[in-house]
Design a protein around this ligand. Structure first.
Ligand code: PRP
Ligand code: URA
Length: 209
């Protein structure tokens, strides 16, 4: 599969295994997601463009490397995207944030939008869309299409777990958007859940079930 990065760093994989465990508490699940998001953020930003600026250290002047271009946008697909968003903002505190409110209709598995708020100048920025789960890819696709409608052209998608079916559907509809994930699981079940997966990410993060 092209345009796809699986982040198989040992710390990511170890933490993900703890998150998958049904006996992991809500608090631990949230903490681990935040920790993993730092490591995933490191990977998804690895090739950001750099420039230099002149600064003065206590010793002398130097041309110091800094990030080039406008601030990043992190677009969180609610609710569960916020679990990745918070850690990413720890690492890139100046990033702008978009929120895309979507839930899956449990019968049709279609994404239903209930909220959208994003910075105006999406076209000038790299937009990193975050959601822990890529199952059918309906939610990620709906979010990205909305962001594209609002002008975004340079987009990456970051998740924790993906189903092979979701990766294929996503790559078909969004061939210009690279995917970064910590793992690609075996399959989707008949209800659209990732197997073996980790269950419902939002419910596990917020203890709603
Ligand atoms: C989950 C998850 C994704 C979506 C993935 O959200 O956080 O947004 O399902 O499934 P898909 O690829 O089949 O669209 P959910 O709809 O459960 O909403 P929540 O985050 O509010 O719990
Ligand atoms: N959304 C989730 O939270 N978990 C899944 O396994 C699939 C979609």
């Amino acid at each position: 599969m092209s345009n796809l990065t699986v982040v198989n760093h040992p710390l990511v994989q170890h933490k993900l295994s703890i998150m998958r465990d049904v006996d992991t508490s809500t608090g631990s699940f949230r903490r681990l997601l935040r920790e993993i998001s730092l490591l995933l953020c490191y990977e998804v930003t690895r090739d950001l463009k750099m420039t230099t600026k002149t600064i003065e250290t206590p010793m002398q002047k130097m041309e110091a490397p800094t990030l080039a271009g406008k601030k990043l946008v992190f677009a969180s697909i609610l609710r569960a995207g916020n679990g990745l968003l918070e850690g990413m903002l720890d690492l890139v505190p100046s990033a702008r944030v978009a929120h895309v409110g979507l839930y899956r209709n449990h019968e049709t598995l279609e994404a239903v939008e209930y909220y959208f708020k994003a910075p105006e100048d999406l076209g000038d920025r790299l937009v990193i869309v975050v959601d822990p789960m890529l199952a059918t890819a309906n939610s990620a696709t709906a979010a990205i299409e909305k962001l594209k409608e609002r002008g975004a052209t340079n987009i990456r998608f970051l998740c924790l777990l993906a189903a092979p079916e979701g990766v294929a559907a996503f790559q078909k509809s969004q061939p210009d958007v690279p995917i970064f994930t910590a793992a690609i699981d075996e399959r989707l079940n008949e209800k659209g859940y990732i197997m073996p997966g980790l269950g419902d990410a939002g419910d596990r993060m917020y203890g709603t079930k």
